[in-house]
Design a protein. Structure first.
Length: 124
């Protein structure tokens, strides 16, 4: 059984993540609602990509900063800062994936979770 994070409003947390990604021009922002998939990994994935490693890093920083500012939630864990091709930010109920465009194309994370409800956010 997964322990819930301190966020009481997961939808607000998702909206804040999307806002942060959009403000730094994250590309193809997609939210996957995993609650009905029978998995206990998390409730939501929020995914985007960027065209450079610098932008991947900037998006990840903005997500962490804005979520703290608006939701008062810190990440449980962050991975991928070393190579900056795929940064994962784990807020427990929401897991954020910020990819370099080539890494997103290679891993095709949305296809692995094709049975999840897909919500397209921001500008395409």
């Amino acid at each position: 059984m997964r322990i819930r994070h301190q966020s009481d409003n997961v939808e607000s947390l998702v909206a804040t993540v999307v806002e942060a990604m959009d403000s730094i021009k994250g590309k193809e922002i997609v939210t996957l609602d995993l609650r009905e998939t029978g998995t206990s990994v998390t409730d939501y994935f929020v995914i985007c990509h960027a065209n450079s490693k610098t932008q991947v890093d900037a998006i990840a920083d903005k997500v962490i900063d804005l979520v703290w500012e608006k939701e008062h939630v810190k990440p449980y864990h962050v991975e991928g800062r070393d190579n900056t091709e795929w940064i994962l930010i784990d807020f427990v109920d929401v897991v954020v994936h910020v990819f370099l465009q080539s890494a997103r194309s290679f891993y095709q994370l949305e296809e692995l979770w094709a049975d999840a409800e897909r919500i397209v956010n921001g500008e395409e």
